[in-house]
Design a protein around this ligand. Structure first.
Ligand code: MN
Length: 211
């Protein structure tokens, strides 16, 4: 695997750090996470609204943009478009990215917590299981989320190949599955600040800080 600086090259190239409030690379500690690795879901009101689903893998945040956001209904398959790796400190970012900058728009921390490789849970003692990085390469990732809004098993599955490849985010059928919950509608606030994207956009117009 390429060194971390190289893997974040796309992220850095797309941003002018003198004009965006987004963080660069660096070490990160998360007092809100009981364990590592972490995951975060950022609601991003950009030219089109989406939810950025990010999981900590080997020192970076592997990322997918989910236009409809996650569902707690196992029958729902949510399109998840891979995006560039983000630096770990990005997990705490909430605020307004200026229009005209890459990804311009408002970001809130919609959910966050830690996660586990579900293959580890299922393994026999001493059995070697694929890491999450290997599962991403293989196009089939199963993880257990311990978030404030979302919990339980979630799968990221790649279908098709080449130009037709698509990733889907699917809730696995377990105790945390709930076809009626619809948390993207009923729980729109940030778990970091309690604010909605609209409130963050309004408050930061006057130059207020993001936390
Ligand atoms: Mn985004």
């Amino acid at each position: 695997m390429a060194p971390k600086e190289d893997r974040l090259g796309t992220y850095s190239e797309k941003r002018d750090f003198s004009s965006t409030p987004e963080p660069g690379d660096g070490d990160a500690e998360f007092d809100w996470a009981e364990q590592r690795p972490i995951f975060v879901i950022q609601k991003h009101d950009a030219s089109s609204l989406h939810y950025d689903f990010r999981i900590e893998v080997d020192g970076v945040l592997k990322s997918w943009a989910v236009p409809k956001g996650p569902s707690t209904d196992p029958r729902e398959r949510r399109l998840a478009v891979p995006t560039e790796d983000h630096p770990l400190p990005y997990a705490d970012f909430e605020g307004v990215i200026p229009e005209g900058e890459y990804g311009g728009g408002t970001v809130i921390v919609w959910d966050r917590g830690s996660y586990r490789n579900l293959k580890d849970d299922e393994a026999e003692e001493g059995e070697e299981v694929p890491s999450v990085a290997e599962q991403i390469n293989d196009g089939h990732v199963t993880i257990w989320l311990e978030g404030e809004k979302l919990s339980g098993g979630h799968a990221l599955i790649r279908t098709g190949s080449g130009e037709d490849a698509r990733w889907l985010l699917v809730k696995m059928d377990d105790d945390a599955a709930d076809a009626r919950r619809n948390p993207t509608s009923t729980e729109p606030q940030s778990v970091k600040s309690g604010r909605t994207v609209e409130e963050v956009a309004e408050q930061e117009k006057g130059g207020a800080s993001d936390d």
